[in-house]
Design a protein around this ligand. Structure first.
Ligand SMILES: [Zn+2]
Ligand SMILES: [Zn+2]
Length: 158
């Protein structure tokens, strides 16, 4: 594998893919779609530029678009049914890949930056991270962090 390339997998290991470097951003999303998709109180997600991810083979995944816009395609592993990768096209800006942080190789996991869609949380989180409520505020905080990260180069792994 090329330098800086990390092997990643879903929780059962049937769905495999790889990423280059560390993510642009890691955050917690409390939106109801993430709750349903992850069967959890919130999603712990890491964001990559699409060009830095070698996606799993399409046969191993079941894709579903939950609610456009934004047009997020969410892929679950066919074997274990757990979230594997999600792709998100931001018009005129970038194609992004969203990966549940626990699917990443541990060497490329970074510290989480914020909580978004916190208004739809299942329970309060006391972790000192910034928390954003509401659709537009959450989108803006997410977009801002992403752009800062894109401009400054990626965060280095822990
Ligand atoms: Zn799996
Ligand atoms: Zn969400």
């Amino acid at each position: 594998m090329p330098e800086n390339q990390y092997a990643c997998q879903c929780s059962c290991g049937e769905t495999t893919f790889s990423v280059q470097g560390s993510p642009l951003l890691r955050c917690y999303c409390h939106c109801t779609i993430c709750q349903e998709f992850n069967q959890a109180a919130f999603a712990d997600i890491s964001i990559y530029m699409a060009k830095n991810v070698v996606l799993p083979s399409p046969e191993s995944l079941e894709y579903k678009a939950y609610r456009p816009p934004p047009a997020v395609q969410r892929g679950k592993c066919k074997s274990c049914g757990s979230p594997a990768v999600e792709s998100l096209q931001i018009p005129l800006l970038a194609k992004l890949i969203i990966i549940p942080s626990n699917n990443l190789h541990q060497d490329c996991v970074i510290d989480p930056a914020l909580h978004m869609f916190y208004h739809s949380r299942v329970s309060d989180i006391d972790d000192g991270l910034a928390k954003f409520n509401g659709y537009w505020k959450s989108q803006a905080a997410f977009g801002h962090k992403l752009i800062v990260s894109l401009l400054s180069g990626r965060a280095s792994p822990k």
